[in-house]
Design a protein around this ligand. Structure first.
Ligand SMILES: Cc1cc2nc3c(=O)[nH]c(=O)nc-3n(C[C@H](O)[C@H](O)[C@H](O)COP(=O)(O)OP(=O)(O)OC[C@H]3O[C@@H](n4cnc5c(N)ncnc54)[C@H](O)[C@@H]3O)c2cc1C
Length: 389
């Protein structure tokens, strides 16, 4: 069994790390100041400029197929890159990527939506959650009815990331109530000009999703994404990707935070010695290390499963659950190790504390991941013994 990285994986990871350290981390103080003034940490044009700079280092479309100009790196390499991105709280991501299901668009839609979204010329968002349907997406009610060769959408979406900035939205709506999610949901590409309204929702973290209202929004037939009735499958495909990207980032955040704790524990003294010499501080440091290493291998296992072309859902649920819960435990301990300073706004720990809380909620809550994992075992779909069973 070989747990090491290949030379190529290591070299790509080092290049990503040095880009993040040199070009992105120096922006951290400014991001904190802006957010504390109630502004966005990074403006869209600043993000695009940084992404363009990263492109000159080869970081463009890390998960995007070559026919769309992407690098299409293997999932393990993508996970390693996302971990490097996670080491900073600057709201940065490498460019050339878009909602994965836009790659399923037809040739005409690709020109109008997919390619401009990949190039960062048009901003997309993905809207499935509704006020009465989050974990249970089979319960969505937004209705799309046919009218004179068009579709007319009515209903509400909520908590939609990038909804406020979006130029267009990928919307899942009910086209046939009787089969419901089993063939009655359809995905639509809806331009803002077609008439949806967005309202920002304030949260405890840096994320500002939107509530979206659709009141007789008329969408032409050519804007159906994929096949009519395929919407639930596409929604699941979209969500599936986040399940190894989010924990990869969580690992990066956890590593950076643990690094801060180790440094602080070696230098802060109480009772005549560095706090790192107190066993209770050592326990917290050791628990962070074990948590991180366990989550790291679950995330790599999920990415590896995708790489093998196998169904990754079981492993991805474990990775998402482990990564999200790990980051919350780590940030809590790291705050504790920093004492009063950890709670202040002079350090970024409190910011990570607020941001990490979201990772246990969106793209499948902890409970939904546990439900998937347990049901796979109880139904016999998965055998006890994990990956080696
Ligand atoms: C900042 C943010 C950004 C988001 N971005 C997007 C986006 O871009 N697009 C989008 O479509 N959605 C987005 N979401 C929505 C997000 O995915 C949902 O909030 C999440 O899936 C939970 O749904 P809910 O809020 O309706 O909670 P509910 O589904 O109402 O759940 C409430 C509680 O019950 C638990 N629960 C539910 N069912 C079960 C069960 N069977 N067993 C045990 N416990 C259960 C849940 O785990 C949770 O603890 C975002 C949310 C947030 C907060």
């Amino acid at each position: 069994m070989d747990f090491s990285l290949t030379d190529e994986q290591r070299s790509i990871r080092e290049t990503a790390r040095s880009f993040i350290e040199r070009e992105v981390m120096p922006l951290e103080p400014e991001v904190l100041q802006r957010e504390r003034r109630g502004e966005k940490g990074m403006k869209l044009d600043e993000l695009r400029a940084l992404q363009a700079r990263a492109r000159t280092f080869g970081f463009w479309g890390i998960g995007t197929p070559a026919e769309f100009g992407g690098a299409n790196l293997p999932p393990i390499t993508q996970s390693l890159i996302w971990t490097e991105v996670g080491r900073t709280f600057v709201p940065f991501m490498f460019g050339g990527e878009t909602d994965n299901i836009l790659l399923r668009a037809n040739a005409e839609q690709q020109e109008e939506y997919t390619r401009p979204a990949i190039e960062g010329v048009r901003n997309s968002c993905f809207a499935v959650t509704e006020p009465n349907a989050g974990s249970d997406l089979t319960a969505i009610r937004m209705r799309a009815r046919r009218d004179n060769g068009d579709w007319v959408l009515n209903g509400e979406k909520t908590f939609i990331t990038r909804g406020v900035e979006s130029d267009f939205s990928i919307v899942i709506a009910v086209t046939d109530a009787s089969p419901g999610y089993r063939g009655g949901f359809t995905a639509f590409l809806v331009d803002r000009e077609m008439g949806y309204e967005t309202t920002p929702i304030e949260t405890m973290g840096p994320s500002e999703p939107a509530a979206m209202a659709f009141d007789d929004v008329r969408v032409p037939e050519r804007n159906v994404l994929g096949e009519i009735g395929q919407g639930f499958r596409l929604a699941m495909e979209w969500i599936g990707r986040g399940r190894y990207v989010i924990p990869s980032q969580a690992i990066g955040a956890g590593e950076r935070l643990l690094g801060m704790a180790v440094e602080y524990a070696n230098q802060r003294e109480t009772f005549g010695k560095p706090i790192g010499e107190h066993q209770m501080i050592q326990t917290m440091i050791a628990d962070c290390e074990v948590d991180l290493e366990s989550a790291r291998y679950l995330v790599l296992l999920a990415a590896w499963t995708v790489e093998q072309g196998q169904d990754p859902r079981h492993q991805s649920s474990m990775a998402k659950l482990a990564g999200a819960t790990m980051a919350n435990r780590v940030v809590d301990r790291v705050m504790q190790i920093h004492g009063g300073m950890g709670y202040t706004r002079e350090l970024p720990i409190e910011r990570w504390y607020r941001e990490a809380r979201l990772w246990r909620i969106f793209e499948g809550t902890d409970e939904i991941q546990r439900r998937t994992i347990a049901r796979n075992l109880l139904s016999g779909k998965r055998r006890v013994g994990g990956h080696l069973a």
